[in-house]
Write a protein that binds this ligand. Structure first.
Ligand SMILES: [Zn+2]
Length: 294
């Protein structure tokens, strides 16, 4: 049994935010996944300097629940039962989101809106279980560009072909219950979409604001809390458009610094909360202390 903390709740103005550790994977190959073989020495040096292993790394999956007081808004759904429903995917971390929601006092039936930041499997995997909708009373919000890309299925790179097939099975059937939005659009009062395309063709980040308190949910803008932030220029193998992902990373990191935002990131160390400090040649992830608890 995993005894690590898996639920973190705090207030953001009049809102309540809960971060869930749906699952975590231990992956191999910090390099060459980040920066390719050419940058292996740089990545190893970064790892050494930051006291992390150069090969194995932890990859957490952190859906975020916003309680506006009127409605529960869930950002992304974790891995769900992908491993059981689609054995062809091989070994997958099973998602615990529904159990964790229960511990946090909510049934999956209570979720009113599910926002999908982008169509990758670790974000859509918890939408269904054995073909049934996990959040039966929810409406869904997708980025219009993102949904369109996966639905049309053109220019999907080889390593995302299976992702595309499963998107058609899991997410595409939800179209008639969905709203399709673009950067700048509002999900509910206080929640606005921000263009974060690159990691996927139409990924959206979200700025969450209440009573002057602000939190940036940057989804997968940065995939690793050391490498992607200290060296945002390094290409990442899971980024669908690598140049665009790198320039989006820099833009969003710069925004986080300039606007002094707290950030929640889907693949940052649990609870995924921190802020960004500028430093020579890049940035640094500063994990949340107690600022959001007061
Ligand atoms: Zn992801």
């Amino acid at each position: 049994m995993d005894m690590k903390p898996s639920i973190d709740r705090f207030r953001l103005g009049a809102f309540e935010i809960t971060c869930f550790l749906d699952s975590r994977a231990i992956r191999e190959g910090l390099t060459p996944s980040h920066g390719g073989p050419a940058m292996a020495e740089d990545v190893r040096a970064l790892a050494r300097a930051n006291r992390i292993e150069p090969v194995r790394y932890e990859h957490p999956f952190i859906p975020v629940l916003l309680n506006t007081g009127k409605e529960l808004v869930l950002f992304d759904t974790g891995n769900g039962a992908l491993g059981q429903d689609f054995p062809e995917l091989g070994k997958r971390s099973d998602g615990r989101l529904v159990d964790l929601l229960h511990y946090a006092g909510h049934a999956s039936e209570d979720v009113g809106i599910v926002v999908i930041t982008h169509g990758h499997l670790d974000h859509i995997g918890g939408l269904t279980r054995a073909g049934e909708r996990v959040f039966p009373n929810a409406r869904y919000v997708f980025g219009a560009t993102e949904f369109d890309f996966w639905k049309r299925g053109e220019n999907v790179r080889d390593s995302r072909k299976v992702n595309r097939e499963l998107f058609m099975k899991i997410a595409a059937p939800l179209a008639d219950r969905s709203t399709f939005i673009k950067p700048g659009d509002e999900v509910v009062p206080g929640v606005h979409a921000i263009d974060a395309a690159g990691h996927s063709p139409g990924m959206l980040a979200y700025l969450i604001e209440s009573d002057g308190k602000r939190l940036l949910n940057w989804a997968d803008t940065c995939g690793h809390y050391i490498v992607s932030i200290q060296r945002p220029d390094l290409h990442l193998d899971v980024d669908d458009d690598k140049d665009m992902a790198a320039s989006t990373r820099k833009r969003i990191l710069e925004m986080a610094v300039a606007e002094e935002l707290f950030v929640v990131g889907y693949h940052m160390p649990f609870p995924g909360l921190g802020y960004i400090e500028r430093r020579q040649g890049g940035y640094r992830w500063v994990p949340h202390g107690y600022q959001l608890n007061l």
